[in-house]
Design a binder for this molecule. Structure first.
Ligand SMILES: Nc1nc2c(ncn2[C@@H]2O[C@H](COP(=O)(O)OP(=O)(O)OP(=O)(O)O)[C@@H](O)[C@H]2O)c(=O)[nH]1
Ligand SMILES: [Mg+2]
Length: 332
């Protein structure tokens, strides 16, 4: 294919590449070229070539960054809320759209690949539980930088957003998992324990979403995937655009992280149901007391609980294991 057949925007990006005088700017231009080049047989060689050059300039950019002034580390997103969850996945699948739909955050959303370049957090509140979602750049073997691996390792769990509108869903599936392999990250079903193995792998509990589930043939694509991979994780269909499946997703998220809400009530006073304490499953009355105040934790004598497994106001000991929705009166 001669360059005369390439779109003007692509040629502009190529010119931008020639003019760029830093590794970062070269990389930026190459990514633009990859996004703009028409995707068909005739351009496969050029696409491959661009990807190789991206890999090269990515290394250069990383080296320059290490040498240069210490910048803020993009892999470190300060933790807020009860848990931190990374939104990961292939290009254009709707990760940023999901963040925008569920939080007050205003990420860039675009119908072109690699819209997101930097992590962006947002807070999701579900039944009074604050869960921090972190939007991330798309996972792609040619362009993903190492810091994304550190970011995912630092989170409590991941949500993989797949794009059910894509005919190349299978290739995307492979590409995303190859990228994760190179970052030494293995995904396991939600509810499994996040852990690190002796040989450097991180095991991250992950919930899979199939976004754009209202698009034509979305269901067929899911079935093809299920036929190919016997041990395919459960993929929950959602449509960020219509909102379908999102309430269910929030419930799944809360459930798979093992978070419970407990309400503390001062003796003789009414309970404030707008102010839950968020604890992990298995937490005890003593854990709650220390969370309310360290002195209360120390001086706690007994507690009374209103909930599902007790009669109203039942007296319980410090090691009583709390359940979601319990109201607890701490007595010191
Ligand atoms: N039809 C349909 N389109 C959607 C849906 N959700 C998102 N989109 C569109 O998909 C495109 C990509 O959305 P983004 O949210 O930017 O996707 P992303 O995964 O963040 O993309 P990158 O940051 O480039 O990796 C946009 O044009 C969205 O409007 C959906 O549920 N249905
Ligand atoms: Mg994005």
């Amino acid at each position: 294919m001669s360059s005369a057949n390439l779109p003007a925007q692509y040629l502009e990006a190529e010119e931008e590449f020639r003019r760029a005088d830093t590794a970062e700017a070269k990389l930026e231009a190459l990514r633009k070229m990859l996004a703009l080049i028409p995707k068909h047989k005739g351009t496969e060689k050029i696409q491959g070539d661009i990807k190789k050059r991206i890999a090269k300039w990515k290394n250069q950019a990383e080296a320059a960054r290490k040498k240069g002034a210490k910048r803020a580390d993009p892999s470190h997103v300060p933790r807020e809320g009860a848990a931190q969850v990374a939104l990961i996945g292939p290009v254009n699948s709707g990760k940023s759209s999901l963040l925008a739909a569920l939080t007050n955050s205003l990420p860039a959303i675009g119908d072109y690949p690699f819209t997101t370049r930097m992590p962006q957090p947002g807070m999701l509140f579900h039944q009074g539980i604050p869960i921090q979602l972190v939007d991330t750049p798309a996972l792609d073997p040619a362009v993903t930088e190492k810091w994304i691996g550190s970011l995912i390792r630092n989170t409590d769990m991941a949500v993989m957003v797949l794009d059910l509108a894509r005919d190349d869903l299978l290739e995307q599936w492979e590409a995303v998992h190859t990228t994760l392999d190179s970052l030494r990250i293995r995904l396991e079903p939600p509810g499994s324990e996040k852990r690190f193995t002796g040989d450097g792998w991180a095991i991250i509990p992950t919930l899979y979403l199939g976004n754009k589930c209202r698009m034509e043939a979305a269901k067929d694509r899911l079935e093809v995937l299920a036929d190919l991979y016997q041990d395919l994780p459960e993929i929950h269909p959602v449509s960020v655009r219509t909102g379908s499946g999102l309430e269910g997703f929030k419930d799944l998220l809360k459930g798979s992280m093992g978070l419970i809400r407990v309400f503390s009530k001062p003796p003789g006073k009414e309970v404030d149901l707008d102010q839950p304490f968020v604890l992990r499953e298995g937490a005890t009355v003593a854990d709650l007391a220390s969370m309310v105040h360290k002195d209360i934790g120390r001086m706690l004598k007994f507690a009374r609980v209103w909930g599902t497994e007790v009669f109203d106001g039942q007296k319980v000991a410090r090691d009583y294991v709390l359940l979601d929705g319990d109201v607890v009166e701490l007595n010191t």
